[in-house]
Design a protein around this ligand. Structure first.
Ligand SMILES: Cc1cc2nc3c(=O)[nH]c(=O)nc-3n(C[C@H](O)[C@H](O)[C@H](O)COP(=O)(O)OP(=O)(O)OC[C@H]3O[C@@H](n4cnc5c(N)ncnc54)[C@H](O)[C@@H]3O)c2cc1C
Ligand code: SF4
Ligand code: SF4
Length: 397
C-alpha cells in the first residue's frame, strides 16, 4: 500500500513542506508537521524536506493492466445530423501524428445515424479506419447509450490512446468512459506527443491557474485518454483520394435509457459561435462600464465577427458568460483577435494566444497583453474604438 508519514523525531518544524505542498495538505501541530486527509500522495513534499523527515512508500499499483495488449490510436468523431464537427478533424490531425510516431493505425469512432458521408470525410482528414455505429436511436447524442457503446468497443478493440473533444459532449462522455474502464483521463490538453523513450503519451495541460504547464502520463492503465479543446490542434488538409476502411462493429445498442432526448434546442451559446469566428472583438474591464460594450458590438458587426470578453467583465455582470474567452471560458483561434481594455492575464491568454493576429488596445504601455500582440495601440479604448469603426466602415463599404 502507498503511504506517507512524518518521522516525528526528524522533523524540526521548519515548515518547508507546508510551503511546498500544492494541496494545502500539511499543517503544523506545534513544531511538528502533520499530513492531512486531503493528501493526494503526489510526493512533492518529500524532496522539499531537507531533514529526511517525510517517509513516502510507493506501493504497487492496483488494477494495472497488461499494456502490451493495447494498440492503435482512436478518436471520437463528433457529428451533428451526420456531418462531422470541426473538433473531429482537429483530433484526426493530432491523432495522425501520434499514430505515425507509434507506427500504428488511426481509427475514428463515429456514433449516430446516416453516417456514410461522415465516414468518407473522416478518412479524407486522416483516419485509416472509421468504426461507425449507426442506428436511428443514436441520431441525437445520449450520454448513456453513447458511453455504453463506446465501452463495449474499447473492451473489444483495446486502443492504447483515445482522444476526445473538450466539448459539451466530450466532457460528459470522456469521464463516464474512463471511470467504467478504470483508466486515467487528462482534460483540456494543449499538447500531445509520444515519449520517444518508452512510447507513452505525454499529455500537457495548464495547471495551477495556468501558471505552469503539467505533463501527465498514464503509465499503468489503457487507453491513455485525453480531451482537447476546439481550435487547439490543427486539422490536416483533406485528401479525398485517401483510402480507408469503414467497419460496422457489432455492439448491443441500449434500447432502454433513463435519459430520453425529447428535443434539441439551438442555444444562444451556439449562436455566439465564438469558437468558429474568424474575427473576435473582445472587451475587458478597461472599457470602464457595461454600456461601453456597444462599441465592441459595433466593431464586431462591421467586421462580421463575434464578441468576446474577459472574465472580469463577465464576473461584473457586464456581459454573459458564453462570451468569456480564457482558461475558464472558451478557447478561440480566430484570424484576428482584438483585445480592448484587457490586461492580458495568463488565464485570458490561455484562451486566445493561438490567434493568428492579435491587436491590443490598452492605455498602459506595460500591460502584459502587448507581449503577445501583433499590433499594439497604446491609448484610451473609448477614443480608439470609434476611430477603428469609422475607418473599417469606410474601407469595407
Ligand atoms: C482560476 C482562474 C481562472 C480564470 N479564468 C479566466 C478566463 O477564462 N478568462 C479571463 O479573461 N480571465 C480569467 N481569469 C481572471 C484573470 O486572472 C484576470 O483577472 C482577468 O482576465 C482580468 O480581466 P481584464 O483584463 O478585463 O481586467 P483588468 O486586469 O482589470 O485589466 C484592465 C485593463 O484595461 C486597461 N485599461 C483601463 N482603462 C482603459 C482604457 N480607457 N482604454 C484602454 N485600456 C484601458 C488597463 O490598463 C488594464 O490593463 C481567471 C482567474 C483565475 C484565478
Ligand atoms: S504528498 Fe503531495 S499532497 Fe501529500 S502532503 Fe506531500 S505535497 Fe502535499
Ligand atoms: S520540511 Fe521536514 S523538517 Fe520541515 S516541517 Fe516539514 S517535515 Fe518537518
Amino acid at each position: 500500500m502507498s503511504g506517507i508519514r512524518i518521522i516525528e523525531e526528524s522533523c524540526i518544524g521548519c515548515r518547508l513542506c507546508v510551503k511546498a505542498c500544492p494541496f494545502g495538505a500539511i499543517r503544523m501541530d506545534g513544531r511538528k508537521a502533520v499530513i492531512l486527509d486531503n493528501c493526494t500522495l503526489c510526493g512533492i513534499c518529500v524532496p522539499a524536506c531537507k531533514f529526511n523527515a517525510i517517509d513516502y512508500e510507493k506501493g504497487p499499483v492496483s488494477n494495472a493492466v497488461d499494456i502490451t495488449k493495447y494498440s492503435g490510436v482512436w478518436i471520437f468523431a463528433e457529428q451533428k445530423n451526420g456531418v462531422p464537427e470541426p473538433i473531429s478533424y482537429e483530433l484526426l490531425g493530432a491523432g495522425r501524428k501520434l499514430a505515425d510516431d507509434r507506427k500504428t493505425r488511426l481509427t475514428a469512432v463515429v456514433i449516430g445515424d446516416k453516417l456514410s458521408d461522415a465516414c468518407e470525410k473522416l478518412i479524407a482528414y486522416g483516419a485509416d479506419e472509421v468504426m461507425a455505429v449507426e442506428d436511428g436511436s443514436l441520431a441525437v447524442y445520449n450520454d448513456e447509450s453513447y458511453s455504453d457503446i463506446f465501452v463495449q468497443m474499447i473492451r473489444k478493440g483495446r486502443p492504447e490512446i483515445l482522444l476526445m473533444g473538450a466539448t459539451t459532449y466530450g466532457r460528459s462522455l470522456a469521464p463516464r468512459i474512463a471511470s467504467r474502464i478504470n483508466t486515467g483521463l487528462t482534460a483540456d490538453c494543449t499538447r500531445l506527443e509520444i515519449d520517444p523513450a518508452d512510447g507513452k503519451l505525454l499529455q500537457t495541460r495548464p495547471a495551477f491557474g495556468g501558471n505552469l504547464m503539467a505533463t501527465i502520463i498514464c503509465p499503468n492503465h489503457r487507453p491513455q485518454m485525453a480531451t482537447v479543446r476546439h481550435k487547439v490542434m490543427k486539422p490536416l488538409e483533406p485528401d479525398y483520394s485517401r483510402k480507408g476502411l469503414v467497419t460496422r462493429p457489432e455492439v448491443s445498442i441500449p434500447r432502454e435509457t433513463s435519459v430520453k432526448v425529447r428535443e434539441v434546442v439551438k442555444t444562444i451559446f451556439e449562436m455566439v459561435s465564438l469558437a468558429e469566428a474568424d474575427v473576435i472583438v473582445s472587451g475587458g474591464r478597461g472599457l470602464g462600464a457595461p454600456e461601453n460594450f456597444k462599441l465592441i458590438n459595433e466593431l464586431a458587426e462591421v467586421l462580421g465577427g463575434a464578441v468576446g470578453a474577459s472574465r472580469a467583465t463577465v464576473d461584473a455582470g457586464w456581459i454573459e458568460y458564453n462570451h468569456q474567452v480564457g482558461q475558464t471560458g472558451q478557447t478561440v483561434g480566430p484570424h484576428v483577435y482584438f483585445a480592448c481594455g484587457i490586461s492580458g492575464a495568463v488565464q485570458h491568454l490561455a484562451g486566445m494566444s493561438s490567434s493568428d493576429i492579435i491587436v491590443a488596445i490598452n492605455k498602459n504601455p506595460d500591460a502584459p497583453i502587448f507581449k503577445v500582440a501583433t499590433f499594439g495601440i497604446v491609448g484610451d479604448a473609448m477614443e480608439i474604438l470609434p476611430l477603428l469603426i469609422k475607418e473599417f466602415k469606410a474601407a469595407l463599404g
